[in-house]
Design a binder for this molecule. Structure first.
Ligand code: ADP
Ligand code: HGS
Length: 620
């Protein structure tokens, strides 16, 4: 049995069982430790990371599996697996040594665009040639050679990517630069990003996209069932003061009979492709301050630019990149809400944090709102504290100073830290009492709570809001395991979570990242909360969720100008826009997507929180 000399590099075993899954059956690769990242990277590029991709492995498993495999993208370059399992970088059909079977047609090299790019393209050619003409990757030395080449290729492309990001506003505030979160235009750095898109199965992507309008409707219907919201959150309210304050505003609106006729939803439903079940499962739906519709659209554009320019070298094609109109779709929804309100002198109020590292994602929406609509809809930015100081109501019409406001768009107000004093709570109440279109209204905010996600997963509850059986079946299929920790019925799952904590995530009613409990801390916390009656009461502040383990890919992650090749997992976010005025649904759309990629051994996943980077899906 000949082996690839890549063995013994001690890479995490996680990957290998995938390989076992496919190749073990032939006993050819069974006992290998997983291959090195650059091989993983190549394998992912060859068959898009999902080992179930039929073509490549069927060929490998085909009785002639010792015959070589030759796969390459339109650019005529690619990799081929030789009879002796050695890896060979090849360009163009018929140049695969060792009598490989050709499986696809070759294509012309793209013409170089400018002098520097000619040099760059030429340099890339040389690098590819160097691999191609020197030798096959037969041993560790050759593997090092291959890594060197990949490194040089990436080193060449990174400056182009960062130039594009800087020139196209794919930027965030540089945390290391003082004042970058308050002084617009100062202390910017490229957003954390993946250099190349990450493969994502087309069918799972389509499934997520097709759920967007259903979740828009579900949130709207749940938000209108005041009793359901109050009852579902009643026990949480007793032990979670933040949720209690939000519920107080909700019941105050009920008491005062103040109804918000126009409802605007700018949602993002996040999913993971769970490797064990192969299912697309919902992590959560965000109904407040869903971020990265702006920068998410730009990372898709950056990847399209890089693939148009360098895709051939990596066997990547722009056809595999889905369009992403999130930025303009959010601007459209805000403009339509502004129009529905019907006061052309009014502005959109964006409620923001005092310090905001992600302000450019927000400014992009404001800019598109101005550029895309002849009425030149203006956006003003205020913190909740500034609203407390400047806002007033005249017959429920909201004014900031003398400026009438028609739409209130929250990019803060979703965490306890956003309400450091009563003033911020008074400001939230005033805004809720106003006639302005709130995004979200207090009922939309509560409908996005994790406790509601868990309650909807209970048998028959979702179906109450989604009577169409087919739609309910489709939505429920995306639900992961979700459990309440209250009452007798929770005893068994709590036991299970204590004995097998790795398989669960404990979630409080919080948003914004960094709040969940994972791994051994799940059992520690649950044991703590079971200590005595008083502690047990606190269980109502949490929900328990099945832990998902997404498919592992490998990506070039770029932070602060430095790249690293990592084993990664990704989370797909699908944006949804929804606008209803009374009984008239003005807008109900899927509004683009966001892929966030993090190193595979990270529990948390936020970009702003520093765990993940912006990415885009490469549909396979
Ligand atoms: P938040 O509202 O604070 O962002 P989330 O529920 O989205 O909370 O969780 C934050 C991150 O934690 C997610 O982006 C994801 O990376 C990870 N995560 C959350 N739930 C799960 C889960 N069930 N399985 C695996 N990872 C999870
Ligand atoms: C903003 N800084 C969210 N929003 O979308 N989290 C990530 O951009 O306005 O970092 O990965 C604020 C939540 C994913 C973002 C951040 C939903 C924010 O955290 C707003 S509540």
């Amino acid at each position: 049995m000949t082996h690839l000399k890549l063995m013994g590099h001690g890479y995490p075993p996680l990957l290998s069982h995938q390989i076992h899954g496919v190749w073990g059956s032939h006993g050819v690769w069974g006992s290998h430790p997983s291959p090195c990242p650059s091989f993983t990277f190549l394998r992912n590029r060859i068959c898009g990371g999902n080992c179930s991709s039929p073509l490549a492995f069927q060929l490998l498993l085909h009785p002639w599996h010792h015959a070589s495999l030759h796969v390459h993208s339109g650019g005529g370059r690619g990799f081929c697996l030789q009879k002796n399992h050695s890896l060979r970088f090849s360009r163009g059909c018929g140049r695969c040594q060792g009598g490989g079977r050709i499986v696809c047609k070759s294509a012309q090299l793209p013409s170089a665009s400018s002098a520097t790019s000619v040099i760059r393209e030429d340099r890339i050619d040389k690098l590819v040639d160097r691999v191609e003409t020197t030798s096959v990757v037969q041993d560790w030395e050759e593997e090092k050679e291959m890594r060197m080449v990949m490194k040089e290729l990436v080193d060449l492309i990174v400056p182009e990517a960062l130039a594009w990001a800087s020139l196209n506003g794919l930027v965030v505030g540089d945390k290391s630069s003082k004042g970058s979160g308050t002084n617009v235009g100062l202390g910017m750095v490229h957003a954390p990003l993946s250099l190349f898109p990450t493969s994502f199965p087309q069918n799972a992507f389509t499934q997520a996209v097709q759920l967007a309008t259903d979740f828009n409707i579900l949130i709207d219907r749940v938000s209108q069932d005041m009793q359901f919201l109050q009852e579902a959150l009643a026990s949480t309210q007793k032990v979670d003061s933040f949720t209690a304050r939000l519920l107080d505003i909700h019941s105050q609106m009920l008491e005062e009979g103040l109804k918000q006729e126009i409802q605007l939803g700018l949602h993002r439903s996040d999913y993971m492709l769970d490797m064990a079940t192969g299912s697309l499962l919902q992590v959560e739906i965000n109904t407040i301050s869903s971020s990265f519709a702006g920068l998410g659209s730009l990372i898709s554009k950056l990847h399209r630019y890089l693939i148009e320019r360098y895709g051939d070298a990596f066997g990547l094609k722009v056809e595999n990149l889905p369009e992403n109109n999130a930025m303009d779709a959010f601007a459209e929804a805000l403009a339509l809400a502004w129009k529905e309100f019907g006061d052309t002198s009014a502005v959109v109020l964006m409620v923001v944090h005092k310090e905001e590292g992600n302000m450019y994602d927000q400014y992009w929406l404001a800019l598109r709102l101005w550029e895309l609509y002849p009425q030149n809809v203006r956006v003003i930015r205020r913190t909740l504290a500034e609203v407390a100081a400047e806002a007033k109501l005249r017959d429920r019409q909201l004014f900031i100073g003398e400026q009438a406001v028609s739409v209130v768009y929250y990019r803060s107000g979703y965490a306890p830290a956003d309400y450091p004093s009563e003033a911020e709570w008074m400001a939230r109440l005033l805004l809720e009492r106003s006639s302005a279109v709130k995004c979200p209204s207090i009922s939309y905010h509560l409908a996005g709570a994790k406790k509601i996600q868990q309650e909807l997963a209970k048998p028959g509850v979702l179906e109450r809001f989604m009577p169409d059986r087919e739609v309910a079946r489709k939505v429920r299929k995306s639900f992961a395991g979700l459990w309440s920790l209250e009452g007798e019925s929770s005893a068994q799952v709590i036991e299970e979570a204590i004995s097998n904590p790795q398989a669960f995530v404990l979630k409080p009613q919080r948003e914004g990242g960094g709040n969940n409990i994972y791994g051994a801390d799940v059992s520690t916390t649950l044991r703590e909360l079971q200590k005595d009656e008083e502690q047990q009461g606190l269980l109502a502040a949490y929900i328990l969720m099945q832990r998902m383990f997404p498919t592992i890919s490998s990506s070039y992650l770029l932070r602060n100008g430095i790249w690293s090749l990592e084993d990664t997992v990704s989370e797909l976010g699908i944006f949804g826009t929804y606008l209803r005025n009374g009984h008239n649904v003005v807008l109900n759309k899927e509004a683009g997507h966001l892929l966030r990629t993090k190193v595979s051994n990270s529990d948390e996943g936020g970009v702003a929180a520093g765990f993940a980077v912006l990415d885009s899906p490469y549909l396979t």
